[in-house]
Write a protein that binds this ligand. Structure first.
Ligand SMILES: [Zn+2]
Length: 554
């Protein structure tokens, strides 16, 4: 039975009773000598005994309560300020606690893994009654009671994250050797990083992103440490620089596309086969309602019928309209129809498609041309003088959504068969992906675009530079950076001028990126985990709570 109770070396099992869904375990403390919490002197002199009733882990689906006989002792040290003290049971039940230490630990794990709301819901399913705010409080207490274990850190990863994008940022510090997030700092300026680094003088290597604030922070806070510009961010910066090059080439790309794909660029192909004679086909005889719509209407009718019956009941009791309206808490005019009707008043449906018929041919034409957006169609009809609502238009075209082919001028036409092939001019961002993605992952059309993009000389040259940079970075060869800078400077028009300036500002760290083994890849992983936790807390997490969950994640 000792297996059932926590800390059998401190307390002894006495009796077990089960009543309903609750198990009560009686136990008592067993030590003969205890130590005063104030002066640490041993004592055996019992003052009195009393009972504590902490909750414990559920067992076999039963909620468990300990009935713990515990004692108060006299402190026999005459110099001590404490005369009487309660026996301490560390690791079993903490002082003042209403649950055992092991149940507390389980609740903390739930809070860490799931946050307050979700953790409390899981706890409820497992048989514990605990509120979201209690769980959060326990996580907070844990965070304030644990000391920073990062005293012996050597290789540090530094990256920023957004608490609120555009407003509030933080800095995440990762022990790259132990693959562990070790601290969160508020803000992404140099000052907090400097302070942290001064408190941790063992850091010898810092892998950081290329923000000037981190460069400054690392230089001042840890002058002894070697700094490495992170390879992931370097590649990211280069990709942005490449995108800018493509931006500058936008007009060249457009001209090139217009000459190569002159026929395919604009959807000027005739929308309707010209041989089909223009006759207005019959309109849909009945609205087809969507299932959700039908459901909603049915509910509405049920409520209305109930209300009608209630009104009639009150009317039979002799109440007038005003009294009925007051009794039911609705307006006079709202109740009048139901009051006066001799039987349940059915609402007359408007004739299907009323007002839309004159535009039927136009609607069909637009539908076949690929415009299936009822709002857009409504706008277009309004421009032609239509005065009805968007919903009416939406209902009118609803049956067309259900079938692939619709009748236009007497012939069944499938919209998909008539869509003209479109050739889009790729944007700068799309071009970046088309050029940098592995060729095996590109679609046929993307491959064609890639081929055409490379026919534009400055783009071809810039791509060669980007690829050269990535290859040298991956090869980790001494002198790779110097070699690439020479190539980039020699290129026509110096397309990567801004990127080169950035490298020069942070030259030593970038050079290390070409030779060092450390990278911030795992810091990015930790940042992603942090974002996941932040979103789980619906973005409302206070900094300390987020920190507790990131650093103590299970
Ligand atoms: Zn004492």
């Amino acid at each position: 039975m000792d297996a059932l109770i926590p800390s059998p070396h401190l307390i002894a099992f006495e009796k077990l009773t089960v009543s309903g869904l609750e198990m009560t375990i009686e136990a008592k403390t067993t030590r003969t000598v205890v130590h005063c919490p104030e002066c640490q002197q041993p004592t055996q002199k019992v003052h009195s005994s009393y009972r504590r009733r902490p909750r414990d882990l559920t067992t076999a689906g039963l909620s468990v309560r300990l009935l713990l006989q515990t004692r108060k002792f006299f402190c026999e040290n005459s110099d001590c300020s404490r005369a009487v003290f309660c026996e301490r049971l560390p690791g079993c039940v903490e002082k003042y606690a209403h649950c055992t230490a092991r149940l507390n630990q389980h609740l903390i794990w739930m809070g860490l893994a799931l946050g307050g709301e979700l953790g409390a819901r899981l706890a409820g399913k497992l048989g514990y009654v605990v509120s979201a705010s209690t769980l959060i409080q326990r996580v907070r207490n844990l965070a304030s009671s644990t000391k920073n274990p990062a005293s012996e850190i050597k290789v540090l990863g530094v990256d920023d994250f957004a608490l609120r994008r555009g407003c509030e940022y933080g800095t995440l510090l990762v022990d790259l050797e132990k693959h562990q997030a070790i601290d969160l700092l508020q803000g992404r300026e140099a000052a907090p990083l400097i302070e942290w680094l001064r408190q941790h003088p063992t850091v010898t290597t810092i892998s950081r992103d290329r923000a000037p604030a981190y460069q400054e922070g690392a230089t001042i806070g840890a002058p002894q440490a070697e700094q490495i510009a992170d390879r992931w961010h370097l590649t990211k910066n280069l990709t942005s620089a490449f995108e800018e090059v493509l931006h500058r080439q936008a007009s060249a790309i457009k001209t090139h596309w217009q000459t190569v794909y002159a026929d395919e660029l604009l959807p000027t192909a005739p929308l309707l086969p010209p041989e089909i004679e223009r006759v207005v086909p019959p309109t849909p005889s009945e609205y087809v309602r969507s299932r959700a719509d039908q459901c909603k209407r049915q509910q509405w009718h049920t409520i209305r019928k109930e209300r009608y019956e209630k009104v009639q009941e009150l009317k039979a009791e002799g109440l007038n309209i005003a009294q009925v309206a007051r009794y039911m808490g609705v307006s006079y005019s709202g109740i009048r129809l139901l009051y006066e009707a001799s039987e349940y008043p059915v609402i007359q449906r408007q004739a299907p498609g009323s007002g839309v018929e004159p535009y039927d041919a136009y609607l069909r034409e637009r539908w076949v041309a690929g415009c299936h957006n009822a709002q857009q169609l409504h706008r277009e009809l309004m421009a032609q003088g239509y005065t009805g609502s968007r919903v009416t238009v939406s209902r009118y075209v609803y049956p067309w959504r259900q079938t692939d082919g619709i009748i236009v001028n007497g012939a069944v036409i499938s919209p998909s068969s008539l869509k003209p092939p479109k050739r889009k001019i790729p944007t700068a961002r799309e071009s970046v992906w088309i050029l940098l993605k592995a060729k095996s992952k590109l679609t046929q059309e993307e491959l064609q675009s890639r081929e055409q993009l490379l026919k534009i000389e400055p783009i071809k040259q810039a791509l060669e530079l980007v690829e050269g940079f990535r290859q040298r970075l991956a090869a980790k060869k001494e002198g790779g950076l110097e070699e690439w800078i020479k190539l980039a400077e020699a290129a026509v028009g110096n397309p990567f001028k801004g990127f080169l300036n950035g490298i020069r500002r942070d030259y030593e760290a970038v050079q290390k990126a070409f030779t060092s083994l450390w990278s911030n890849g795992q810091t990015e992983g930790h940042v992603n985990r942090l974002k996941y936790l932040k979103r789980q807390m619906f973005g409302r997490a206070k900094f300390d709570l987020l920190k507790a969950r990131v650093l103590n994640a299970i």
